[in-house]
Design a protein around this ligand. Structure first.
Ligand code: C5P
Length: 234
């Protein structure tokens, strides 16, 4: 069986959160968001190594206990999320085989349900086709021309909200992200780079709990999910 490696981009500044502390270090339910994300991933025994991509100028990583786990390694990130992911992927070149799988998960998604991650891993390994967790869109979605005037209403039955984890083969994902970089395009997730490169990408339905903490209003929601998940496990 191919190995499974992990990359967690955690080098963002969290501009939309408008706090001095980058969002991955904001504390929710007693721990930094990054700690919750790492604990969810480290619970998966198949993950051989987890590369956490950090901003080397910030000192807050010391507060994240899981960064001292023997399976965890850290590397420096880049300007955009895709640059940080590539930096994490390249750091695996000494150990990863071309066909090995790599799971990429945002530090800003602290409430990943273990059963969602399990379903994604099982679906990818069983089919050999890379994929991502995603959530059905229940709102009616509009497209605007100028940020104000509506020009279209999209067919929501075909639309999905992409989440992470996303799992793809190591060499294919490196090449797909590099290709987008060379074209001057910014991939906001791994799947978009794989789609651009012509690969088939599968969706595995995930839950709304696995949302990305982005604005201050998201923090109490994450707190609620984390507390109720822990309570449910007791
Ligand atoms: O900014 P956004 O919410 O899309 O960030 C998603 C994830 O990517 C976060 O965990 C963030 O820390 C990470 N990121 C990164 N390097 C960047 C920008 C974002 O690792 N340059």
């Amino acid at each position: 069986m191919s190995n499974l490696w992990g990359v967690v981009p955690a080098a963002g500044s969290g501009r939309r959160m408008a706090t001095e502390v980058p969002k991955q270090y904001l504390r929710v339910a007693g721990s930094p968001l990054l700690e919750h994300a790492l604990q969810a991933l480290l619970a998966c025994s198949e993950l051989r190594r987890l590369v956490v991509v950090l901003d080397p100028t910030d000192r807050r990583a010391d507060e994240v206990a899981s960064l001292r786990d023997p399976r965890v390694a850290t590397v420096a990130g880049g300007l955009e999320r895709a640059d940080s992911v590539l930096s994490g992927l390249r750091s695996l070149s000494d150990v990863a085989g071309a066909d090995d799988w790599v799971l990429v998960h945002d530090a800003a998604r602290p409430c990943l349900p273990p059963e969602d991650m399990r379903r994604l891993i099982d679906a990818v390994l069983a089919s050999g086709c890379g994929g991502l967790l995603a959530q059905r869109i229940t709102d009616t979605v509009k497209r605007t021309a100028d940020g104000r005037r509506v020009v279209a209403t999209l067919d929501r039955t075909t639309l999905w909200r992409a989440q992470t984890p996303q799992i793809f083969r190591w060499a294919e994902l490196c090449a797909a992200l590099e290709q987008m970089q060379q074209q001057g395009l910014i991939a906001t997730d791994e799947a978009s780079a794989m789609e651009q490169a012509g690969y088939e990408v599968q969706i595995v339905e995930g839950s709304s709990r696995n949302f990305k903490v982005t604005v201050p209003d998201d923090l109490p929601i994450a707190e609620y999910y984390l507390k109720t998940t822990v309570a449910a496990r007791l």
